[in-house]
Write a protein of this length. Structure first.
Length: 194
């Protein structure tokens, strides 16, 4: 029988929640067919991180998200991951209030970090722990800077009608939208010129 001691009161816990599960994919557009069309998840934000060579889709799933990662350059770590392992689970991400304080606290408990200093990521300030410290799982900590409900930008348009936004974001990236991404009950997104 395994007994787990709750030695950290809720208000003192470093980890606040599971923020997202990241999946490496060859094509965000193709992967959205499953998450949107099959699972019916509609709150989708797509952004491009040019400095990281990534196209990212953030799919709201209850209190957590699914993050789809598509490499846009041949030399980034997600491309290398896909070449070695194929599509699949890339990492899990835990939300923290103060990433630098969380890193110091967790280092005191034996954690190690790939990034000794937090850097800007798709969801805020982030730092990764190597798979060797978590039974083969790449673990990310994230200090969420701006909720996804923030005003839209050209790169990232949080969704109130996410399928329309996803379609619009794909068009901005010069890619055709999947034909079934916009549900029939939802009007098409206005063109950027309107």
């Amino acid at each position: 029988m395994l007994l787990v001691s709750d030695s950290y009161p809720m208000d003192e816990r470093v980890i606040k929640k599971l923020h997202h599960v990241a999946v490496a994919v060859e094509s965000v557009q193709e992967a959205l067919h499953f998450y949107h069309d099959v699972l019916g998840l509609n709150d989708i934000t797509i952004k491009t991180l040019k400095d990281r060579g990534l196209k990212v889709a953030l799919i709201q799933a209850g209190d957590s998200e699914i993050e789809l990662l598509e490499p846009t350059t041949p030399d980034n770590t997600v491309r290398k991951f896909l070449d070695r392992r194929g599509s699949g689970l890339h990492h899990i991400c835990f939300q923290v209030d103060d990433i630098e304080a969380a890193m110091r606290e967790l280092e005191g408990r034996g954690a190690e970090f790939i990034d000794p200093v937090p850097r800007e990521g798709a969801v805020g300030l982030v730092s990764f722990m190597p798979p060797s410290v978590a039974d083969g799982v790449l673990v990310e900590l994230a200090q969420i800077a701006v909720p996804h409900a923030a005003p839209a930008t050209a790169e990232s348009a949080p969704s109130t009608a996410a399928a329309a936004v996803a379609t619009e974001s794909l068009a901005e990236a010069g890619e055709p939208a999947p034909p079934t991404l916009t549900p029939p009950s939802m009007p098409p997104a206005p063109s950027p010129s309107s």
